[in-house]
Design a protein around this ligand. Sequence first.
Ligand SMILES: Cc1ncc(COP(=O)(O)O)c(C=O)c1O
Length: 473
Amino acid sequence: MNSDQPSTQAAEIISSDREHIWHHLTPHNAFKNSDPLIIKSGVGMRVTDIKGTEYLDATSGGVWSVNVGYGRESIANAVRDQILEMCYFANSAGSIPGAQFAQRLLQKMPEMQDADVNSKNHGKGKVYYSNSGSEANEKVYKMVRQLAHINGDGRRHKIIFRDRDYHGSTIGALSSTGHQQRKEQYGPFAPGFSEFAHCCCYRCPFGKTYGSCDIECAKDLEAAILREGPDQVGAVVLEPITAGGGIIPPVPEYFPIIQAICKKYSVLLHIDEVVCGLGRTGKWFGYQHYDVKPDLVTMAKGLASGYAAISCTVATDKVFNQFAAEDAGTLDYFRDISTFGGCTAGPAAGLANMAIIEEENLLDNVMQMGAHLKDRLFDLQEKYPVIGDVRGKGFFAGVELVSDRSTKQPVHESYAMKIVAHCMAQGVLIGRTNRSFTEFNNNLCLSPALIASRRDIDDIVDAIDLALTDNPL
Ligand SMILES: Cc1ncc(COP(=O)(O)O)c(C=O)c1O
């Protein structure tokens, strides 16, 4: 149902929002001639705004978070019961859902560097709770810096990141992010962060073609370590599949090379699963598609599907044990706190979220329907020259738009915005790279909830099809 005339209450809320809310990622003039979108309710794959317009959501809540879809009673009940029994206590003390969720999470990550892969039920390692992806990453950066002091003179503190990856909005996390437009005007940045090349084959930074290349993009990590000084580099941080930078999955050879370089220089491998974690790509974690064993893993968004704020920094016991000073009089333990890392709603929601993914076989659904999504997008690529590349895994797909296939000239971001707006007018919400790069804000992004059916996928792709037909370049 769509009504152009909002009810009195809706009109009041819209006016209050316009007056009082500073919206994320939004230029101030956005609401001069149009109303802010106010989402009122959601069920399954669909959300409804305050004016009564319903949308099929192919973004999982705008930024890849609501993995199990909207309106899940089991999560709401788990959170309600838990907060009535015990809502919060600082995480210097434990909680029942905190202990249970950490154990369940680690069981899903048997590949963590020193875990016993033969033991069915016991993942090793430690989980550190906080409440956003940026914060989970900041914890790693502090751990790396502190380890440099515990194990030496503090020199081995540097962190290498990739130039199309995003790791968060806080100053440390932004310092380890490669998106120029996200960083512009927010400097100066924290020292000790340095970048290396991305791994997008479509725009190979080394001018090579996959099949005849030497995976130079992975080997560039070694160049960065040598440039920064091998005795000064503590860790490398990587998204398993670059998300906000344009949905870039690496080739299969990539991570084993990265791992070998990390081993060679005793550099910790930190994988940022904030987006890919908890099923987005058809496995529990994105890194599980590749032959790699991380030392540190961070996660947030899909961890509780947005029903509660929670993030986790997971470390191997090998990392953790270096902080376990025998002498309680020293400062060699991780002297960090995240106040809301003690909220029990997060792990309670996380447990219920994980149960849904298991009970409904959602990883299988993502594998099967993700293949269908990719097939449909490849068909669109045949039909429209403006689609230069289709990339992704599972329910995480990117469509790169170019004005000329032979030169790969990116379309202007306004064109991508037009396609997104056209889909929205058809009742389908899709995403795009949003003011991240000077040039490459030309990617459409599809990340439906893990429950999406074949029909949902077809409706999403049909909307893009029509948007491209109605907007010839
Ligand atoms: C890969 C990645 N890491 C970290 C973050 C930051 O997460 P948050 O916004 O919860 O701080 C994001 C957010 O989009 C992300 O995409």
